[in-house]
Design a protein around this ligand. Structure first.
Ligand code: PMP
Length: 406
């Protein structure tokens, strides 16, 4: 099947917008994706016909919304191949999921002197919450370095792991270079020493099928909005053996079993970690987005996006003073580059005037920028609705920018 046969683009009306009278070429999918009509419809249907707070009421509407929310949990659990629905905690996104984990895991399992390992290519979301934990507890953050090509120096992990290591937390895919990290290899090394692993799936969830049992990771997080779902939806997957033991993150309604001034007991999984009214409408939208990608299938998505990625690299490489940042053997979703000595922001501005939306800057990965000795990049990132024609327009715009900035 082709993209046309699957009618993918036509489901995204925003892709037909004009920007400065030019057709929109949306290549900022790493920041957020557009939403298909079926996701918007699913949310509108809730607000127009079913809206009521979940898990609280005895009445019809509340039960309908609760059923849809719990169905969303089943959809996500099946999608990730979790062992059980209760291992899926709904959050507002990757950042909240990692903060939840850093707090609850940290409070339960960590003490002064312990260590957490991250990598040099992480997004700030997978650095700062761990630094905050380290500061709170008097712990140390250790870092797996990368090669000049932007790949993990996995052999260094053996020197970093010791009996104080409590968790390894790494991105599945780099949001700057698209490096696909060898998660299974990291998990194998970690589990040999009984150390759990958290995977930041923010940039992998939109591009590849994820099987948490196959990866054997202990935690995995992602944001709905990068997978064609609404903002305010997100997931923390965790193995029950850890989640059951972990103290809650937020206190409030729904996460309790019984509250009294002499002491409070907590609800069972997953509700122990879902205090307060959740963004159930966004989460119902997330389920529809997951159905959307699962119906297309990751076989198609990966093949289509890899084609666009390789086509882009071949068109960009060695042209117009372009320097591609990172040269990983396995790359997914994104291409970062610099254009001669031009500032990435200036390149982005010129592309914007031609209707091409890309991202510029440090991409919330300042330690990676420091390692690479650059202040930022221009990043093009792909979604299932992008086409070869999008890439052609993008390349024409880069050529134009090169002429203007030379
Ligand atoms: N991790 C990675 C690898 C990311 O790319 C992003 C988003 N740019 C995040 C974490 C944070 O995601 P969110 O802002 O949706 O919480």
């Amino acid at each position: 099947m082709t993209q046309e046969e699957l009618n993918i683009r036509s489901q995204f009306s925003i892709l037909y917008e004009k920007i400065y009278s030019k057709p929109l070429i949306y290549l900022d999918n790493g920041a957020t994706t557009q939403k298909p009509k079926r996701v918007l419809d699913a949310m509108q249907r809730v607000y127009e016909h079913l809206n009521s707070n979940v898990h609280r009421g005895v009445h019809y509407l509340s039960n309908q919304c609760t059923d849809l929310l719990e169905e969303a949990r089943r959809v996500v659990a099946r999608h990730l191949n979790a062992r059980e629905d209760a291992e899926i905690i709904f959050t507002r996104g990757t950042t909240e999921s990692i903060n939840l984990l850093a707090f609850s895991f940290g409070e339960t399992f960590c003490k002064s002197g312990d260590e957490i390992i991250v990598t040099e290519l992480e997004h700030h979301s997978n650095i700062v919450p761990w630094q905050m934990l380290c500061q709170r507890k008097g712990m140390t953050l250790r870092v797996i370095p990368i090669t000049d090509d932007g790949e993990l120096k996995i052999e260094e992990l053996d020197n970093l792991i010791n009996d104080k290591t409590k968790l390894i937390s790494l991105a599945h895919v780099s949001n700057v270079m698209g490096t696909v990290n060898p998660v299974k290899e990291v998990v194998a090394k970690a589990h040999a020493k009984n150390i759990p692993v958290m995977v930041d799936g923010a940039q992998s969830a939109p591009h590849m099928s994820i099987d948490v049992q196959d990866l054997d990771c202990d935690f995995l997080v992602f944001s709905g909005h990068k997978v064609y779902a609404p903002t305010g939806s997100g997931v923390l997957y965790g193995k029950r053996e850890y989640l059951d033991q972990m103290v809650p993150y937020h206190g409030g309604g729904e996460m309790i079993d019984k509250v009294s001034f002499s002491g409070t007991t907590y609800n069972v999984l997953p509700f122990k970690f879902e205090a307060g009214t959740p963004d159930y409408v966004a989460t119902i939208g997330l389920a529809e987005a997951i159905r959307f990608v699962d119906e297309i299938g990751f076989e198609f998505i990966e093949k289509h996006e890899q084609h666009l990625l390789q086509y882009t690299l071949s068109q960009l490489q060695d042209h117009y003073g372009v320097r591609i940042i990172g040269n990983p053997k396995r790359r997914s979703g994104v291409v970062s580059f610099l254009l001669g000595k031009a500032h990435p922001y200036d390149v982005g501005m010129i592309l914007d005037k031609m209707g091409v939306a890309v991202r510029t800057g440090h991409h919330c990965a300042q330690p990676l920028m420091e390692r690479l000795g650059i202040s930022g990049t221009v990043r093009a990132s792909f979604g299932v609705y992008n086409s070869e024609e999008d890439v052609d327009t993008f390349i024409r715009a880069v050529r134009q920018a090169a002429i203007m900035l030379s």
